[in-house]
Design a binder for this molecule. Structure first.
Ligand code: GDP
Ligand code: MG
Length: 168
């Protein structure tokens, strides 16, 4: 049996919830003080796509995004990308296009989704719905609003393999 593995890079400013999202999807848990450095490059989850076993490898940046120190090795061979910003961090929203360009510069045009995380904090939002939707439209990205904390739209949204997103 051929083993299929798909490398997915999860990208965005620090503190938007990338590590938490990877942990939520791969381990099913949320911890408030998730360590910035998890000591491994990625976590994985076994999924089934069209009857085939697929290993989804979710790469974490281990905090390097804060120093603009992400190396080419992080992006190398990525076959899909998750761009994340936070409901309560306007700068993280404004950085999305730059992140997309960085990924594109290394791996070209790969399937990519846009995620607004922390929608459990919508009452503190600094981003209008129309703005987020307009960005997704302009960059031609499938858009999800999620809460890693409340387990909303992570497994059934961002990483849902029956809808056409990261796995297609
Ligand atoms: P990263 O720097 O992008 O990897 O972000 P982390 O995963 O380290 O998360 C940064 C902080 O945001 C942590 O305190 C998380 O517990 C918190 N966090 C992550 N996702 C959510 C969410 O959906 N809602 C809320 N309220 N907090 C979250
Ligand atoms: Mg992190």
């Amino acid at each position: 049996d051929m083993e299929v593995a798909i490398k997915v890079v999860v990208v965005g400013n620090g503190a938007v919830g990338k590590s938490s999202m990877i942990q939520r999807y791969c381990k099913g848990i949320f911890t408030k003080d998730y360590k910035k450095t998890i000591g491994v490059d990625f976590l994985e989850r076994q999924i089934v796509v069209n009857g085939e076993d697929v290993r989804l490898l979710l790469w974490d940046t281990a905090g390097q995004e804060e120093f603009d120190a992400i190396t080419k090795a992080y992006y190398r061979g990525a076959q899909a990308c998750v761009l994340v910003f936070s409901t309560t961090d306007r700068e993280s929203f404004q950085s999305i296009e730059t992140w997309k360009e960085k990924v594109e510069a290394e791996v070209g045009d790969v399937p990519t989704v846009l995620v607004q995380n922390k929608i459990d904090l919508l009452e503190e939002t600094v981003i209008k719905n129309e703005e987020a939707e307009a960005l997704a439209k302009r960059l031609k990205l499938r858009f999800y609003r999620a809460s890693v904390k409340e387990d909303l739209n992570v497994t059934e949204g961002v990483f849902n393999t029956s809808s056409s997103n990261v796995c297609n």
